[in-house]
Design a protein around this ligand. Structure first.
Ligand SMILES: [Zn+2]
Length: 147
């Protein structure tokens, strides 16, 4: 059972349309399914062509990837947007590079007072429910959840 999100209101749920169809089908099953070029390089969700120099490209492929990654950058977001944010206190937003090379922008799976994440920290991805969709978040450790 995936917990309802603490941060976003259901009105912020992504629509299950291209380019998110395969991604959201994966998250519904608790998997991260992301695109690669025909030569195995990671692509962004909406990226159709590989931009690596010299890559012959080839048909885009979607594969399940590891849910472990490294924090590349993090910020503390101070934003009260009552139409789609449920949180009333600052929250972390992190750029995470997955072991597959894909980058995600995510927050945490639970409220945390420990909002600073140093670059280089190893994190695991969990999922929260927003509306009818499941979206990825950093899985907080007990130490970070402040309990
Ligand atoms: Zn490529």
């Amino acid at each position: 059972m995936i917990a309802a999100d603490w941060l976003l209101l259901d009105s912020a749920a992504p629509s299950a349309e291209e380019p998110l169809t395969k991604f959201l089908a994966g998250t519904a099953d608790g998997e991260l399914v992301l695109p690669f070029c025909g030569s195995g390089h990671p692509l962004d969700l909406d990226q159709l062509e590989c931009e690596r120099e010299g890559c012959p490209g080839g048909p885009r492929q979607w594969r399940e990837v590891s849910r472990t990654g490294t924090v590349i950058a993090s910020i503390v977001m101070h934003r009260l947007e009552k139409s789609f944010i449920a949180a009333t206190a600052p929250y972390p937003v992190l750029e995470v590079e997955l072991d597959s090379g894909h980058r995600l922008y995510v927050s945490t799976d639970r409220h945390t007072r420990s909002v600073v994440f140093p670059a280089g920290e190893i994190v695991d991805i969990a999922f929260v429910r927003v509306g009818e969709t499941s979206i990825p978040r950093i899985a907080l450790t007990e130490k970070r959840s402040g309990k």
